[in-house]
Design a protein around this ligand. Structure first.
Ligand code: ZN
Length: 312
């Protein structure tokens, strides 16, 4: 049994918790503490303080996992002094957070909790959620899967061989390029980098900009949902073609809209076009494109899994 601390660092709030884990059963945090995300110094200091309190109550912490908003610098070999250190936020429009050394800040604030310091693991929020879903949720037992959150943005976490994937940087599947038919959808998208990429067309703010009302106010049968289902269907086909994951989990405030996943499956089937000959695909994608199993717990569960994995 190990005592693991966890931080889910989001753009508006951070959630801190801790659990005793055996590596198999789904962990339940003994308490969760919510901290508003303000400046990096204030936010990370308060997260560290919450972790020290939890550590005092649990008799110590063996490791800490952090699932953070990004983009993050996750290449341990990248020693270019002009770049932020491993575990830092890279370039973000969020004021004050570009270059914020999230991992190093927490690791130094917790250095006295354990001989040699407490290991602090970090990954993107979506890679963390993907890891949690693979261990205890809708992708349990699979070797490779993808987790997608569709909300104010679109994030894509990728797990292969039980490990979150990085590479040159980390996957940025929210910015996949999709086909838009201007006759059907004249909206040119809101991504500041690409205009009509996937996120630019299918996230909550893009839906609101198109119809003039927040996505949450729209009825389930509003025509925009079929358009969103079309773009997410293209994403499913592209992920399937490029990565061949065994399952794709789609959640988030927009992704959880009733009926949306049926539209995604329908359109994904059209775009796949009969090319992939596997029962998971040819039987209608019902078991292939699925909602999350962990719900609101996914973020913290992912952070706990990241912390656990540092001890392997
Ligand atoms: Zn984009």
């Amino acid at each position: 049994m190990k005592r693991i601390g966890a931080v889910e660092l989001g753009g508006t709030k951070a959630i801190v918790g801790a659990a005793v884990m055996d590596g198999t059963a789904q962990p339940h945090s003994i308490e969760t503490i919510r901290i508003p995300t303000t400046t990096p110094e204030e936010t990370l200091d308060r997260c560290a303080e919450a972790l020290r309190d939890l550590s005092a109550r649990m008799g110590g912490l063996d490791a800490v996992g952090v699932a953070s908003f990004g983009p993050l610098q996750l290449d341990p070999g990248q020693l270019d002094p002009g770049r932020p250190a491993f575990g830092s936020i890279t370039r973000t429009p969020k004021p004050g957070w570009s270059g914020a050394p999230v991992r190093d800040h927490l690791a130094s604030a917790l250095v006295h909790l354990k001989e040699g310091g407490v290991p602090v693991a970090i990954d993107t929020d979506v890679n963390g959620a993907a890891l949690g879903e693979g261990r205890w949720g809708a992708a349990r037992g699979l070797d490779s899967h993808v987790y997608v959150t569709v909300g104010t943005g679109i994030g894509v976490g990728v797990v292969v061989g039980g490990r979150p994937q990085h590479g040159l940087v980390h996957p940025e599947g929210g910015h996949l390029l999709v086909r838009r038919d201007p006759a059907r959808d004249p909206y040119t998208g809101h991504c500041p980098y690409h205009g009509d990429c996937l996120e630019g067309l299918a996230c909550g703010p893009a839906i609101e900009a198109r119809v003039g009302r927040p996505a949450t106010d729209l009825p389930d049968d509003h025509p925009v949902w079929d358009l969103v289902g079309d773009y997410l269907g293209q994403m499913v086909a592209n992920l399937l073609f490029a990565l061949s994951p065994q399952r794709i989990v789609i959640g988030g405030g927009v992704g959880g809209r009733p009926g949306l996943l049926d539209r995604v499956r329908h359109h994904a089937g059209r775009y796949i076009g009969g090319y992939i000959d596997h029962p998971a695909v040819t039987d209608g994608l019902d078991g292939y494109v699925v909602p999350p199993g962990l719900g609101a717990e996914a973020g913290l569960a992912g952070a706990l899994a990241l912390g656990w994995d540092t001890l392997l």
